[in-house]
Ligand binder design. Structure first.
Ligand SMILES: [Zn+2]
Ligand SMILES: [Zn+2]
Length: 364
């Protein structure tokens, strides 16, 4: 079968021919890949900045944002059946007996760093015509999500972040029914889906991103009733004057400088969530001022990575809900669909106007 793989040694990404996987245990499921989304992580893997092949192999089959259709189930599988639309989780637990999070089903909080991630760290991904997966790592989607289900994994970033924020908001019980403000930094798929999730959670939300208007991402956000402001046109001080301080900032730009500049726009008792993985940036931050601001305002800087089963369940529920709230909104986030042969070009090409590019393996 056809697969897309990165060969780190030769800095190469190409379509290869590999044997079709077979069921090897009663709890497994064989899935036909329909679509795989590409993101900044894939770009870093192709550039050799991130990711590694499975132990002893010279290549990594890429792809972690997948939508598939079940074609075969093992004898022990109960909750998944042939014909189901499914999305697989990405991270698999480490094998260390001492890793309490992994042992208790919270691999997203793994403390050893020895976890694997399909399509990223030490395990092949989903950019192949078929894959085999343990049923417990699959989430079934309703048929109505066929056209947008490939966005599930991206939305789980926001779902996990909002779950963490909800825990932290217990610190401020008097705020429970008061309007809360959120700013999303960045207008890529993580940011736009994050904005939808924040609106759904009741936040008065603003998208704050680099590009000046008019641009496609701004049009999308504003078509959903979410104001878009450009950091090129409006400094953080002016943003705060226009929109107020943010109780929650959801960073989805992966740029450390822009993120730390926005910390000054955080409201007292607010939570600043980082989701991006930037390259090293040695810009100076005024550490004293930052620490003083955090302490005197009870503020939290929170990092979040990966997502758990409950975040995938929440994402599936929310995709259905978003389709009802913003008809055509999710479809518009998917800018283009491409054949596997175009993978390298899609991942490394100019993404300034694209939102989410998707690789199509089967029209199902
Ligand atoms: Zn991704
Ligand atoms: Zn672990």
């Amino acid at each position: 079968m056809k697969a897309v793989a990165v060969f780190p040694k030769g800095h190469e990404v190409k379509v290869i021919d590999v044997p079709e996987p077979r069921l090897e245990a009663p709890g497994q499921v064989r899935v036909r890949t329909l679509e795989v989304g590409v993101c900044g992580t894939d770009k870093e893997i192709v550039q050799g900045l991130h990711g590694r092949p499975p132990q002893g192999e010279d290549h990594l089959i890429v792809g972690h944002e997948c939508l598939g259709e079940v074609v075969e189930v093992g004898a022990g599988v109960k909750d998944v059946k042939v014909g189901d639309l499914v999305v697989p989780r990405v991270r698999r637990p480490c094998s260390e007996a001492s890793c309490a999070p992994c042992r208790q089903g919270h691999a997203d909080f793994c403390v050893t760093g020895q976890y694997t991630e399909r399509g990223i760290q030490g395990a092949h991904g989903f950019c192949a015509e078929f894959f085999v997966e343990d049923a417990r790592y699959l989430h079934v989607l309703p048929r109505e999500l066929r056209q947008v289900g490939v966005l599930t994994e991206t939305l789980t970033i926001a779902e996990k972040a909002l779950r963490q924020v909800a825990l932290l908001r217990q610190r401020v019980p008097w705020k429970r029914d008061a309007p809360e403000r959120a700013v999303v930094l960045g207008a890529g798929p993580v940011g736009l889906l994050g904005a939808m999730a924040l609106v759904r959670a009741g936040y008065e939300t603003t998208v704050y991103s680099h590009s000046r208007k008019p641009n496609k991402k701004a049009e999308l956000a504003e078509s959903w009733g979410v104001p878009y402001l450009s950091s090129e046109e409006l400094e953080v001080k002016a943003l705060v004057e226009q929109r107020g301080r943010a109780d929650v900032v959801y960073e989805a730009a992966g740029a450390a400088g822009a993120a730390f500049t926005l910390v000054s726009g955080l409201a007292p008792n607010g939570v600043f969530v980082f989701t991006g993985v930037p390259e090293s940036e040695k810009e100076k931050v005024d550490q004293g001022a930052l620490m003083k601001q955090l302490v005197l305002n009870n503020q939290v800087l929170l990092g979040t990575v990966n997502a758990a089963a409950e975040d995938f369940e929440a994402a599936v529920r929310d995709l259905s809900l978003f389709r009802g709230t913003w008809p055509g909104g999710l479809e518009a986030i998917i800018t283009a669909r491409h054949p596997p042969e175009d993978y390298a070009e899609v991942v490394t090409g100019d993404k300034s106007s694209a939102v989410k590019d998707v690789i199509v393996f089967s029209r199902g």
